[in-house]
Design a protein around this ligand. Sequence first.
Ligand SMILES: [Zn+2]
Length: 207
Amino acid sequence: MAINHPDGHQPDSRLPCGRDLGTLHEHLTAGTLDAHEQACPGCRQAADAFAPALQAVVSLATQRPEPPAGFVESVMARIRADIRRTRYLALPAGSPSTLTITEHAASAIMSGAADTIPGVTSRGCRFPAPRDPTHVAISISLHYGLHAATAADHVRTTLRKAARTHLGIRLRQIDVSIDDVHTHGPDATRARSSTPTAPSPRMPGWC
Ligand SMILES: [Zn+2]
């Protein structure tokens, strides 16, 4: 191994004993110090100077770093979201033109509409049938004390209106799933719990 100076100048890389520093470094790395290098004070001193860097290299090579908590889940959620970013739904357009929207974008519009309903927080929205923008499935968190069926009707009405207004489509099927109940938020004055809970975040991979 040649040890080059940054400006291209080749300094004298030989130790006083005549041993080349690059050769010594190679032998150290490979664990193959010869008899001279093991006995020569100059070589041993140079080897000691290399030791910290060599130790760091060996340590890095043998470590299996542990990912932080939740790392795998967040990567998988991103992968799922990316897949949905590239899945398109066809929207009405005057022939021969076409109009498409990613499932991700359409889901975000639906979730945004649901979030405008007091006491309702969208936990995620998706279009279960491939390429069919008229079938929506939404998961919500409901404020404690609200009537589930009434809230679900409100969600359906709001989503139908948003789909007509923003996407130009008439929704055929809207599946509402109440996956959580919260007591903290716009309807907090109606909560009976003494420990308010916030709505859960969006489900991984949903919009
Ligand atoms: Zn030497």
